[in-house]
Design a protein around this ligand. Structure first.
Ligand code: HAM
Length: 429
């Protein structure tokens, strides 16, 4: 019986691994040029860590286990709680601001669907210790820096931005109690993914008062920051957060990425810990699930037993991103192909040791080299060399008895008979 991979997981054959590495290498390169340092944590943590402040949705999707010592553990569904834990542990010695990135392997027991898996990779960028909206703008720039580098334009993707602080103030002015906000966010976050009547039904369960519900729906229909004050009278907190949003858009303009960004009041985010600016990145066509999302979470470190330190960041998964890049024809053509510097051809078993020795010498000198395991026909070995994308073939035949070998340039097809010592001398230069 052939055993398939577990539902929602992926096998990475070499071509898949090449894609994965290309995506992750890009994330890392862009993180570093934006001034971030890499960190990582364990793949499993205490279960309770993810129950503190991530919200019910993610808790329901946990892969949990009990270890032999009876400890309740869970595979990490995200890395933000680990980040909060790690930063709190060394809070007094870490120079601030903390600008860290990570590319964790994550696990969520979601219903597998296009772009949503049970095991995936996620690029995380976080800035801890800066309460200025400049830090939020910088994280958005960083995401777009990468997405532009791989060839996506404002015609392909959009960053939908809002503020939970503003939404909280507006909802409270409608009469929603502070304690009811978190549950309401969960419903509002689902709005774009649900049919209208299903959404309204869910909303009615959370907000039985029809008058309040109408006001919420009116608010959700607002299309610009300016329209908010036409819809509701703003209290001081709401006004301050509207100003903050305006400043964010001004900064995104200065950073040259405003064309990618729009205000969208229905962007709320599914996780419970966000406190201020929130954003999600989507394909313009709106066909796919979110490419990424993030925002400000100023209370999380304190909720994890540390001091009150502001924080902001995002996560972008590898799965929707790869689907979008593939659909746009941007993936395959950018992948570096497998390359060998040399392929060593041995025309007769009597030269086997020489061929092996020469291959190992090439490798020790820093060249990528392979050899044929059998002294098969020359044409067959040359075919193998071109399948492995070798730049040159070294052919070891009877000429070796005169200390000579043939070097074939695979691109031009040109062959050259060359003395062994000259070959090695040229390698060094
Ligand atoms: P999130 O919105 O849960 O945020 O996930 C961010 C991104 O991870 C999603 O937009 C998606 O690309 C990817 N993702 C999430 N779940 C799956 C899945 N089941 N399969 C494939 N991809 C998935 C967070 O995780 C926050 N911790 C991000 C953050 C960092 N906020 C601040 N700092």
């Amino acid at each position: 019986m052939k055993i398939p991979p577990v539902k929602g997981t992926r096998d990475f054959y070499p071509p898949d691994m090449a894609r994965r590495n290309w995506i992750i290498d890009g994330w890392k390169r862009v993180s570093v040029r934006n001034g971030f340092e890499e960190y990582d944590g364990p793949i499993f943590e205490y279960l309770k860590m993810f129950q503190i402040k991530s919200g019910d949705e993610i808790v329901e999707q946990l892969f949990s286990l009990t270890d032999r010592g009876g400890r309740e553990l869970a595979l990490r569904p995200e890395i933000t709680p680990t980040l909060a834990r790690m930063v709190n542990q060394q809070i007094n010695s870490l120079p601030r601001p903390i600008k860290w990135f990570s590319v964790p392997r994550l696990f969520r027991a979601e219903r597998p669907q296009k772009g949503r898996l049970r095991e995936f990779f996620q690029w995380n960028i976080d800035i801890i210790g800066v309460d200025d909206v400049l830090a939020d703008a910088e994280t958005i720039f960083c995401a777009l820096d990468y997405l532009q580098e791989v060839g996506l334009t404002p015609n392909d993707i959009v960053v939908k931005i809002s503020s939970r602080e503003m939404l909280a103030a507006l909802l409270q002015s409608i009469g929603i109690a502070e304690g009811e906000l978190e549950d309401l966010y969960v419903v509002l976050d689902k709005r774009s993914r649900l049919p209208g009547d299903t959404f309204e039904q869910m909303l009615a369960e959370k907000v039985p008062d029809e008058n309040k519900r109408k006001k919420i729906l009116g608010l959700m229909a607002v299309e610009s920051i300016e329209q908010i004050s036409d819809c509701l009278e703003l209290n001081e907190t709401a006004r301050e957060s509207v100003d903050e949003l305006k400043r964010l858009f001004g900064l995104l303009e200065v950073m040259g990425v405003a064309d990618f960004c729009m205000f969208d009041i229905s962007t709320v985010r599914g996780l419970a810990y966000y406190t201020g600016i929130v954003y999600e990145i989507y394909d313009r066509g709106g066909e796919l699930r979110a490419i990424g999302g993030g925002g400000r979470y100023d209370n999380l470190l304190r909720q994890f037993g540390g001091p009150a330190i502001p924080a902001t960041g995002f996560g972008i998964g590898d799965s929707v991103l790869a689907i979008l890049l593939e659909e746009k024809g941007l993936l395959e053509k950018q992948l570096p192909s497998r390359k060998l510097d040399y392929f060593v051809v041995c025309v007769d078993e009597v030269y086997r040791e020489t061929a092996v020795k020469l291959t190992m010498k090439l490798r020790s000198a820093g060249f990528a080299a392979n050899f044929s395991y059998k002294a098969a026909k020359l044409s067959k070995q040359l075919k193998q060399a071109s399948e492995q994308n070798a730049g040159r073939c070294v052919i070891i035949g009877s000429e070796i008895e005169n200390d000579q070998l043939i070097v074939k340039n695979m691109a031009t097809g040109k062959q050259e008979l060359i003395k062994l010592d000259k070959f090695f001398a040229e390698l060094k230069s």
